[in-house]
Design a protein around this ligand. Structure first.
Ligand SMILES: [Zn+2]
Ligand SMILES: [Zn+2]
Length: 141
Protein backbone atom coordinates (compact mmCIF):
# COMPACT_ATOMS: atom_id res chain seq x y z
CA UNK A 1 0.00 0.00 0.00
CA UNK A 2 1.35 3.40 -1.02
CA UNK A 3 0.56 5.10 2.29
CA UNK A 4 2.29 2.40 4.30
CA UNK A 5 5.39 2.94 2.15
CA UNK A 6 5.19 6.62 2.99
CA UNK A 7 5.07 5.77 6.70
CA UNK A 8 8.12 3.53 6.28
CA UNK A 9 10.03 6.34 4.57
CA UNK A 10 9.13 8.85 7.29
CA UNK A 11 10.14 6.50 10.10
CA UNK A 12 13.41 5.76 8.31
CA UNK A 13 14.18 9.41 7.63
CA UNK A 14 13.72 10.16 11.33
CA UNK A 15 16.07 7.35 12.27
CA UNK A 16 13.37 5.60 14.29
CA UNK A 17 12.67 1.95 14.67
CA UNK A 18 9.91 0.70 12.39
CA UNK A 19 7.24 -1.02 14.47
CA UNK A 20 4.50 -3.31 13.26
CA UNK A 21 2.16 -1.79 15.88
CA UNK A 22 2.40 1.66 14.33
CA UNK A 23 1.81 0.20 10.89
CA UNK A 24 -1.28 -1.70 11.99
CA UNK A 25 -2.71 1.39 13.71
CA UNK A 26 -2.21 3.50 10.58
CA UNK A 27 -3.60 0.71 8.40
CA UNK A 28 -6.74 0.58 10.55
CA UNK A 29 -7.35 4.31 10.11
CA UNK A 30 -6.87 3.97 6.34
CA UNK A 31 -9.04 0.90 6.09
CA UNK A 32 -12.00 2.09 8.15
CA UNK A 33 -12.00 5.37 6.27
CA UNK A 34 -13.87 7.20 9.00
CA UNK A 35 -13.23 9.04 12.22
CA UNK A 36 -11.96 6.73 14.95
CA UNK A 37 -11.10 7.40 18.59
CA UNK A 38 -8.13 5.75 20.30
CA UNK A 39 -10.64 3.47 22.05
CA UNK A 40 -12.26 2.53 18.73
CA UNK A 41 -8.83 1.59 17.37
CA UNK A 42 -8.04 -0.33 20.55
CA UNK A 43 -11.24 -2.36 20.20
CA UNK A 44 -10.70 -3.04 16.50
CA UNK A 45 -7.09 -4.15 16.98
CA UNK A 46 -7.88 -6.40 19.89
CA UNK A 47 -10.48 -8.11 17.78
CA UNK A 48 -8.43 -8.31 14.56
CA UNK A 49 -4.95 -8.85 16.01
CA UNK A 50 -5.54 -10.46 19.41
CA UNK A 51 -1.97 -11.78 19.50
CA UNK A 52 -0.33 -8.39 19.12
CA UNK A 53 -1.40 -7.17 22.56
CA UNK A 54 -1.42 -3.52 21.58
CA UNK A 55 -2.09 -1.39 24.65
CA UNK A 56 -3.96 1.88 24.71
CA UNK A 57 -0.76 3.80 25.59
CA UNK A 58 0.93 2.47 22.44
CA UNK A 59 -2.06 3.58 20.43
CA UNK A 60 -1.96 7.11 21.88
CA UNK A 61 1.76 7.37 21.16
CA UNK A 62 1.36 6.07 17.60
CA UNK A 63 -1.53 8.47 16.92
CA UNK A 64 0.52 11.42 18.21
CA UNK A 65 3.37 10.38 15.93
CA UNK A 66 1.15 9.90 12.86
CA UNK A 67 -0.41 13.29 13.43
CA UNK A 68 2.95 14.98 13.94
CA UNK A 69 4.20 13.67 10.59
CA UNK A 70 0.98 14.76 8.94
CA UNK A 71 -0.41 11.38 7.90
CA UNK A 72 -3.56 11.78 10.00
CA UNK A 73 -5.60 14.60 11.55
CA UNK A 74 -7.50 14.75 14.77
CA UNK A 75 -10.57 16.54 15.89
CA UNK A 76 -11.36 17.26 19.53
CA UNK A 77 -14.76 15.77 20.23
CA UNK A 78 -15.03 16.73 23.88
CA UNK A 79 -12.66 17.58 26.71
CA UNK A 80 -11.21 14.08 26.90
CA UNK A 81 -11.60 12.66 23.45
CA UNK A 82 -10.26 13.02 19.96
CA UNK A 83 -11.14 11.27 16.75
CA UNK A 84 -8.64 10.62 14.00
CA UNK A 85 -8.85 10.31 10.23
CA UNK A 86 -6.40 9.82 7.41
CA UNK A 87 -5.14 12.92 5.59
CA UNK A 88 -5.43 10.94 2.40
CA UNK A 89 -9.20 11.33 2.12
CA UNK A 90 -10.86 13.55 -0.42
CA UNK A 91 -11.62 17.03 0.92
CA UNK A 92 -14.73 17.28 3.07
CA UNK A 93 -16.15 19.27 5.95
CA UNK A 94 -17.78 17.99 9.14
CA UNK A 95 -20.85 18.17 11.33
CA UNK A 96 -20.06 16.99 14.86
CA UNK A 97 -22.70 15.88 17.37
CA UNK A 98 -21.60 16.89 20.87
CA UNK A 99 -23.89 14.32 22.48
CA UNK A 100 -23.13 11.04 20.68
CA UNK A 101 -19.84 12.19 19.02
CA UNK A 102 -21.10 11.18 15.60
CA UNK A 103 -19.37 12.93 12.70
CA UNK A 104 -21.15 13.53 9.42
CA UNK A 105 -19.04 14.48 6.41
CA UNK A 106 -20.25 16.79 3.68
CA UNK A 107 -19.05 18.91 0.77
CA UNK A 108 -20.87 22.03 -0.30
CA UNK A 109 -19.62 23.79 -3.42
CA UNK A 110 -21.07 27.15 -2.36
CA UNK A 111 -19.10 27.04 0.90
CA UNK A 112 -15.95 25.99 -0.95
CA UNK A 113 -16.28 28.85 -3.40
CA UNK A 114 -17.14 31.37 -0.69
CA UNK A 115 -14.02 30.47 1.25
CA UNK A 116 -11.84 30.96 -1.82
CA UNK A 117 -13.48 34.30 -2.39
CA UNK A 118 -12.91 35.41 1.21
CA UNK A 119 -9.26 34.36 1.09
CA UNK A 120 -8.97 36.21 -2.19
CA UNK A 121 -10.45 39.37 -0.69
CA UNK A 122 -7.63 39.35 1.86
CA UNK A 123 -4.98 38.66 -0.75
CA UNK A 124 -4.60 35.10 0.50
CA UNK A 125 -3.73 32.18 -1.71
CA UNK A 126 -5.90 29.50 -0.13
CA UNK A 127 -4.10 26.22 0.43
CA UNK A 128 -6.44 24.27 2.63
CA UNK A 129 -9.16 24.55 5.22
CA UNK A 130 -10.78 22.50 7.94
CA UNK A 131 -14.38 22.94 8.98
CA UNK A 132 -16.20 21.44 11.95
CA UNK A 133 -19.75 22.48 12.74
CA UNK A 134 -20.68 21.51 16.29
CA UNK A 135 -24.26 20.73 17.27
CA UNK A 136 -26.76 18.06 18.21
CA UNK A 137 -27.73 15.45 15.64
CA UNK A 138 -31.27 14.48 14.74
CA UNK A 139 -31.20 11.33 16.88
CA UNK A 140 -29.96 13.16 19.98
CA UNK A 141 -32.48 16.02 19.94
ZN1 LIG B 1 -25.96 12.60 18.27
ZN1 LIG C 1 -13.64 13.65 7.93
Amino acid sequence: MKKIEELKQIVKSKGLKYTKQREVIFETILKYNNHLSAEDIYNILNKEYPNMNIGIATIYRALAFLEEVNLISSIAINKDGKKFESNDKKHHDHLVCIKCNKIIEFVDEDIEQKQKQIANNFGFKLLDHTMYLYGICENCQ
